[in-house]
Design a protein around this ligand. Structure first.
Ligand code: HEC
Length: 232
């Protein structure tokens, strides 16, 4: 039924008329929406690292309005969509939950950000806090985390065995990470849709991780953003 020419809105409408369970296309659209939001939201905090680390972040740059506008611009550039455009169904629900978590976590950490200091507010920490709140809001229906292979974790809390505890696709994620390949995988496994987006290590990642006791190589696999949902 899905044709590339169909708009997402038409697709959502069609699917809501014919099925109680989530279709593969809706699930993929939801996970992809989440991927874009997480990547761009984390990027906003990534861009501010020099300011935060030097302890000289202009409070105007840390304002809610400024940080929302930065996300708006990055999202538009990366997806060619507006973050403010109506998005019905599950993708819209996910976007709403993400934006709430983004705002909440920034509000809680504004003081830390503006006070600053070396590694006072790193992107990975920010992402973990946002995803924790997001996963809670979605009540387990859609879940996402940044993780890595067991022997390359800075924070053991993000091991697959912990964040994906009980998930039927946890084994597949371990397998994919084992290959160290950098290609994204979006695939259905039984009643589950899995989104797996490997991260490639840049010089700044390697440098900061080294300061945290992790030896890695630029250009290689440096963990993955994983999102999953049940189709039932
Ligand atoms: C300024 C320092 C810094 C930079 C830059 C940085 N990281 Fe990290 N990263 C951390 C810290 C600290 C943690 C652990 C966060 C925590 O305790 O939740 C982490 C955690 C992670 C994790 C989660 C798994 C784990 O090891 O705990 C992944 C995946 C990751 N980083 C990938 C990257 C990639 C890829 C880049 C570059 C695009 C990058 N990081 C840039 C400091 C950094």
């Amino acid at each position: 039924m899905f044709k590339p020419s169909m708009t997402l809105a038409a697709l959502l409408l069609a699917s809501s008329m014919c099925a109680a369970s989530t279709s593969d296309d809706i699930a993929k659209a939801t996970l992809d929406e989440l991927r874009a939001l997480v990547s761009e939201g984390t990027g906003v905090i990534g861009d501010l690292q020099p300011h935060i680390n030097s302890g000289k972040l202009d409070p105007a740059l840390a304002s809610q309005e400024s940080l929302e506008n930065k996300l708006r611009a990055r999202y538009q550039k990366s997806t060619s969509r507006s973050i403010d455009s109506p998005l019905p169904g599950l993708p819209g629900e996910a976007r709403k939950a993400f934006l709430k978590a983004y705002r909440d976590v920034l509000a809680t950490h504004r003081g830390v950000m503006t006070k600053g200091g070396q590694d006072a507010f790193v992107p990975a920490y920010f992402r973990a806090q946002v995803l924790k709140e997001f996963n809670k809001t979605m009540g387990g229906k859609v879940r996402a985390y940044a993780t890595n292979r067991d022997n390359e974790l800075i924070n053991g809390d993000w091991a697959v065995s912990r964040v994906m505890k009980g998930s039927p696709v946890a084994g597949h994620v371990t397998e994919l990470m084992g290959t160290g390949k950098l290609d994204p995988v979006v695939t259905r496994k039984g009643d589950h849709m899995l989104g797996y987006w490997p991260m490639k290590l840049g010089a700044s990642c390697v440098q900061c991780h080294a300061a945290n006791g992790l030896q890695q190589k630029e250009g290689t696999f440096g963990g993955a953003l994983v999102a999953e949902m049940s189709l039932k």
